[in-house]
Design a protein around this ligand. Structure first.
Ligand code: ADP
Ligand code: MG
Length: 681
């Protein structure tokens, strides 16, 4: 962007040191940042006929003052002022709280415009916003900005206004005229005026269309440039393994692979043989058998002479994978090591030595594995489980360490295919869309919390049949500490109910060894019920457990509920999922209904995406989804598709690489480093 716009916001009037710091908190540093601090909604100050105003709505009315304002003081700073005004010949009362200072502006016979809460029965408005004079039609749509700290929406409106008026001449066009013409998009500078100070809804729509398209086009160009650079620069690993030997290994598995598993394995092995770097996303519903696919890939890597790293999100999962892989590879020469945060001291040293010498074929760890001081002899394959996206950082770390491994990402939160292709445009996608034969559908029930006693009785019955149960604890928003306390409380409650039966307790704050013991006790059926926070969400596999009880189920996202439910139904016995919930919101109820209706992870995730939007769907922190300033990959899906296609066409065209029209876009790509394949965000 233009240098003038890169100046700090403090160049604007009314932004001193204090205010500037506060603005940094909103990620506003430069004038450009301020201009790109888009409203998240607009308050509509359209003046409607009184008859159309709804009770308790925030409305705007205009009328003439008909009385002297009367003020009543209630203590030092508190006051209540009322005035009568005529609106369409109807007498309305306006009530001002703590704004007695406005008294001399309320002159008999003068026109005023008021926004506030409407009381339909008393014909009364509680004033939030007051203006002298008739309504200004150009201010009907008031922008509401994300605010925070001591920065108010009103201040942001002022600052944006001052930035617009002083710096608009420096806003440069980024898109070529041909595209503006083709899609009838407004010029960039105009779009900024329209988005911040729309005079009509049409203007707003117009501006949004342009800014969304621009953002998505830049994103797609970056993604595609990155993918191209990766492919061209890639000195990936060519795995030389005996296909015959891999086949034998597959035939000796204790079960027959599903058609989908076979297909996906073929795709993965093809990528591995190929000298280009594999960058593949493997999607498959919970229990669809992704781990086996991963094992076969790691087996191929091993007999081809290179090491594999399997990275998982939690230590519990790492341990569990270690056990199942050791079992799977017991008849082979493959060695499996576990390296997590709790592998300490001498043992850690020994394992490190084996990794460095190449003695260790497969290393399982948490996602921190590659970030630590671990050196592989020859790392040829990295598999990440349950992570949507392998971070750019991780890729860079690998490269800095001199590794160019093939990478496979596995996820059980199925990303609707359409979205996967558009958003994860730099990856290939494989899909396991078939469950192993003989799986019984899980019965899902929705119960109110006051039925908990009956649920407990049901658990007891199942335990008497030899089964086990999970009880997932009430969820407290964003508070790990309170969640843990809940788990402890529920555990105590259940232990006193089941008296002689041992009840396990699992949560994230237990020391690693204790977690291991708790999991082991449950896996070996020494404990019958496991009370847990959501730490058991992913990957845990105890086939004898047949009941999953989830407290406050409506508070969880669908994808998470589906994951939790996937902990049961893994063995031969009929399994049950009981959703305890008294949902307050409509979407909460809707989630409960969807869970009862379907077990198809893809359907669930599509609904989830619709209900929650992409931000929540992917989880804000590790989504790998770009932080779009204005675009929304669900609502703007069509624009995303268009941008994707346009980006591909542009990059293929001669003109893009030479014409002046595209100078800005080329410079943008250069600046992001995408052309050199350096980074993605
Ligand atoms: P995911 O990781 O996709 O959730 P897993 O790989 O953990 O699934 O597999 C779930 C269970 O199903 C495991 O116990 C695994 O041994 C078993 N399994 C995997 N593939 C098959 C198959 N083709 N037939 C029968 N059982 C299978
Ligand atoms: Mg798994």
């Amino acid at each position: 962007m233009n240098g003038m716009l890169q100046q700090p916001v403090s160049v604007l009037n009314g932004i001193g040191d204090e205010k500037e710091k506060e603005l940094h908190g909103l990620r506003i540093h430069s004038i450009a940042d301020l201009l790109e601090h888009f409203p998240f909604r607009y308050d509509n100050h359209e003046v409607l006929p009184i008859a159309e105003l709804r009770h308790d709505d925030r409305v705007t009315i205009a009328g003439t003052i008909q009385s002297e304002a009367s003020v009543r003081y209630m203590g030092k700073k508190k006051s209540r002022m009322t005035v009568r005004m005529a609106v369409e010949n109807i007498l309305v009362t306006a009530v001002f709280f703590n704004r007695a200072f406005l008294k001399n502006k309320l002159k008999h016979g003068e026109m005023v415009t008021i926004t506030g809460k409407w009381d339909k029965h008393r014909l009364r408005i509680t004033v939030q916003d007051f203006q002298q004079g008739a309504p200004d039609p150009s201010k009907q749509l008031e922008p509401v900005y994300p605010a925070g700290g001591s920065v108010t929406v009103k201040q942001l409106q002022r600052h944006v206004n001052s930035a617009l008026h002083n710096y608009a001449p420096y806003i440069e066009e980024t898109l070529p005229q041909s595209i503006l013409t083709k899609y009838k998009l407004p010029a960039r500078a105009d779009a900024f005026f329209y988005i911040h100070q729309p005079k009509t809804k049409e203007q707003l729509k117009h501006a949004r269309r342009r800014l969304v398209y621009e953002e998505l086009l830049l994103f797609q160009l970056k993604m595609q440039a990155f993918k191209r650079a990766e492919r061209m620069a890639s000195s990936g690993t060519s795995h030389h393994f005996s296909a015959e030997k891999v086949k034998t290994f597959m035939q000796e598995l204790p079960f027959t692979l599903t058609g989908a598993q076979n297909r996906v394995i073929e795709e993965v092995l093809r990528d591995m043989r190929d000298p280009l770097k594999m960058n593949r996303l493997l999607q498959g519903d919970v229990g669809s058998g992704k781990t086996v696919v991963a094992s076969i890939a790691m087996y191929a890597a091993c007999i081809g002479g290179s090491q594999s790293a399997l990275m998982v999100p939690t230590e519990i999962l790492a341990e569990q994978h270690q056990q199942s892989l050791r079992q799977l590879f017991s008849g082979t020469e493959v060695t499996v090591e576990l390296l997590t945060g709790s592998t300490k001291g001498k043992r850690r040293g020994e394992i490190n030595t084996r990794i460095q010498s190449g003695e260790a074929d497969i290393v399982i760890g948490t996602h921190a594995l590659i970030q630590e001081d671990v050196h592989f002899h020859k790392l040829g394959l990295v598999i990440t489980d349950e992570q949507h996206r392998f971070g750019v950082n991780q890729r860079r770390i690998l490269r800095d360490k001199g590794y160019e491994p093939d990478v496979l990402f596995m996820t059980a939160t199925p990303i609707p295919r359409t979205l996967a292709i558009s958003v994860f445009g730099d990856m290939d996608v494989s899909m396991i869309d078939e469950l192993p034969a003989g799986r019984k559908p899980i019965e899902t029930h929705w119960a109110k919390h006051d039925m908990f006693e009956r649920v407990l009785a049901f658990i007891r019955k199942e335990i008497n049949k030899g089964r086990q149960a999970y009880v997932i604890c009430p969820l407290i928003e964003e508070s790990d500490k309170l969640d843990v306390q809940n788990a402890i409380d529920v555990h105590a409650q259940l232990q006193s109910y089941f008296t002689s039966l041992p009840v396990g307790l699992m949560h994230g704050r237990l020391p690693a060894e204790e977690k291991e013991t708790v999991m082991e006790d449950f896996a070996k059926a020494r404990t019958k019920v496991l009370v847990s926070t959501t730490v058991v969400e992913v990957g845990v596999n105890v086939p004898n457990a047949t009941i999953m009880v989830i407290y406050d189920a409506d508070r969880f996202g669908l994808a998470q509920l589906h994951q939790l439910r996937g902990r049961v139904g893994r063995g031969e016995h009929q399994s049950y999922c009981i959703l305890l919930s008294d949902p307050k919101s409509e979407t909460g109820k809707e989630r409960m209904r969807i869970m009862q209706e379907t077990e198809d992870g893809f359907k669930i995730s599509e609904r989830d995406l619709e209900l929650r939007g992409p931000g929540d769907f992917f989880g804000r922190k590790q989504s790998g989804l770009p932080d779009f300033k204005i675009a929304d990959v669900v609502h703007d899906y069509r624009a995303l598709e268009t941008a994707r296609q346009d980006a591909a066409d542009l990059m293929k065209s001669e003109a893009f690489w030479s014409n002046d029209e595209y100078a800005y876009l080329r410079q943008f790509l250069k600046d992001t480093g995408a052309l050199a394949g350096e980074k993605l965000d």
